[in-house]
Write a protein that binds this ligand. Structure first.
Ligand SMILES: NC(=O)c1ccc[n+]([C@@H]2O[C@H](COP(=O)([O-])OP(=O)(O)OC[C@H]3O[C@@H](n4cnc5c(N)ncnc54)[C@H](O)[C@@H]3O)[C@@H](O)[C@H]2O)c1
Length: 271
């Protein structure tokens, strides 16, 4: 790790190549891509639309080494292709960050009203692609005899997901998958961690949050506000850097103490 010239010290990822799946947009994806690029990494950004890729470009530093790949992670063939394209463009990969996730269509609501098709899409979008991409990159690193680092973006919903059973199950599965990957690939020097955001103010969540709902959030969240995507990006940066060289199989909650407050049974989290 070295400190760089101006401003606040940053971690040095020069010489590393990172693939960010769902690294587009102006939410957690775009800000994490920008943070890794500012730390010196070359970045391959995969996302589902040209708009999301263009939005990420606007956040990147001018001197970023970047390649954009359009892919939909709910399609298995796209997941294989995006890894292959990233490898073809840069010749190597050292870091994988799996960010794409969330829900598609009407996934909120009691599970008795849901069908297995909705279940399957949510598992693919939050869990299965991470398994596919992780395995493909682990094979690349092991064959090349090089260490690597991976981060899977899970969620505090892994612990409690009222009216959101398929999403909560997928994110809990992602944390379990992360632990298995960490153990299996530790002998090869590959670290794998999960990061679980709390309530983060991203364009996706803002679109479904009225001003009144935002006021209600701010009133009950321990820090009086939602988290910012940059605050997730900084935690990812730590996990993929050499500062976390002995951290693997961990799930880092970045939730501003939210899950502590709401794990109690009564108002204000008191039991
Ligand atoms: N925002 C929050 O409050 C919050 C809380 C907990 C967990 N998370 C998790 O953090 C991650 C990012 O969340 P966000 O709020 O920034 O969301 P987001 O919708 O902005 O997603 C990040 C990027 O993933 C891309 N993406 C979505 N579906 C895709 C697909 N099928 N194929 C390829 N790319 C796709 C989006 O286009 C976007 O650019 C998700 O995994 C989400 O579950 C978010």
């Amino acid at each position: 790790m070295q400190q760089r010239s101006a401003g606040a010290p940053v971690l040095d990822l020069r010489g590393k190549v990172a693939l960010l799946v769902g690294g587009g947009g102006q939410g957690i994806g775009g800000h994490t891509s920008a943070a890794l690029a500012r730390a010196g990494a070359a970045v391959a950004i995969a996302d589902q639309s040209d708009e999301a890729l263009a939005a990420a470009r606007a956040l990147l530093p001018g001197d970023a080494r970047v390649e954009f790949i359009r892919a939909d992670v709910t399609r298995e063939e796209d997941v294989h292709r995006l890894v292959d394209e990233a490898l073809a463009k840069f010749g190597r990969l050292d870091i994988l960050v799996n960010i794409a996730g969330g829900t598609r269509g009407e996934s909120w609501g009691p599970m008795l009203g849901k069908n297995s098709e909705q279940w399957d899409v949510t598992q693919m979008l939050n869990l299965k692609y991470c398994y596919l991409a992780g395995k493909r990159i682990a094979r690349h690193l092991i064959d090349a005899g090089r260490p690597g680092a991976m981060v899977n973006i899970a969620s505090m919903s892994a612990y409690s997901a009222p009216n959101h059973a398929s999403y909560g199950a997928a994110k809990a599965g992602l944390i379990a998958l992360t632990r298995s990957m960490a153990l299996e690939w530790a002998p090869h020097g590959i670290r794998v961690n999960a990061l679980s955001p709390g309530a983060i103010d991203t364009p996706r969540t803002r679109a479904r949050t009225s001003d009144e709902l935002m006021r209600q959030y701010n009133a009950i969240l321990p820090f009086g506000r939602k988290g910012r995507p940059e605050e997730i990006a900084m935690a990812v940066l730590f996990l993929v850097s050499d500062m976390a060289s002995y951290v693997s199989g961990h799930n880092l909650l970045v939730d501003g103490a939210c899950t502590i407050k709401f794990s109690g049974m009564g108002p204000g989290g008191q039991q």
